[in-house]
Write a protein that binds this ligand. Structure first.
Ligand code: FAD
Length: 181
């Protein structure tokens, strides 16, 4: 359909897809992708484990702690490695609101009553949770790039389809591509 239009340029802006590795237990009813958790707050229980402490995971943790939920956040990286805000305001806000976080700790398995995580020394720890929320980042829609490349002389891949980032970066990419390139 796009090829039939004989476009001079194609701008591919099909976004990204959440990274959801095949952890044991990922199909259990107590597991939600962070975007679905934000849209369906009623499905999120009182005790919450958030896996992934990037911007999205951390901000989701803050909103749930403020709503009175018992929140634990785990991330396989050290805190300061994740995002600058961990060393500035967000970490303080999370602590003040009672969130617990465990860095250098990775998810091993999701169970019916929570999850098993492994710390940097290889110790396995069980965490009780009604809901396990996965916030493990995004990867570009590579299939879209393949599908729409080569149709026009000029092809641009922008926004999250190029590199998952933010509203601002996606809008800036769009402006730069449409008006400057
Ligand atoms: C839970 C969550 C919270 C976030 N919070 C923030 C935040 O607070 N601040 C911030 O800056 N960013 C935030 N982001 C990131 C932000 O949403 C993205 O960086 C931004 O939306 C990227 O814009 P985009 O236009 O590149 O892609 P998208 O917004 O993903 O848009 C891509 C569009 O392409 C469409 N599409 C896909 N395939 C096709 C096809 N074959 N044909 C036609 N259309 C197609 C999709 O349906 C979609 O509408 C958040 C993301 C998530 C998931």
């Amino acid at each position: 359909m796009v090829a039939a239009e004989h476009p001079d340029a194609v701008i591919i802006a099909a976004g990204s897809t959440p990274i959801m590795p095949e952890f044991k237990g990922i199909k259990l009813n107590n597991v939600l992708w962070v975007g679905d958790a934000c849209r369906n707050v009623g499905k999120v229980g009182k005790k919450v484990l958030i896996v992934g402490a990037g911007n999205t995971g951390a901000e989701t943790a803050l909103s749930y702690t403020k709503a009175g939920k018992n929140v634990t956040v785990v991330d396989i990286q050290a805190g300061a490695m994740i995002i600058p805000s961990w060393t500035t305001g967000l970490e303080r806000l999370l602590k003040e609101n009672g969130a617990k976080f465990m860095f250098e700790t990775g998810l091993s398995e999701i169970t019916a009553d929570g999850a098993i995580v492994k710390d940097k020394d290889g110790r396995e720890i069980s965490i009780e949770a009604d809901t396990v929320i996965l916030s493990l980042g995004f990867r570009p829609h590579k299939d879209m790039i393949k599908e729409f490349s080569g149709i026009a002389v000029q092809t641009y891949v922008i926004g999250d389809n190029n590199r998952p980032n933010s509203f601002f970066e996606a809008a800036r990419d769009g402006y730069n591509t449409a008006f400057i390139r």
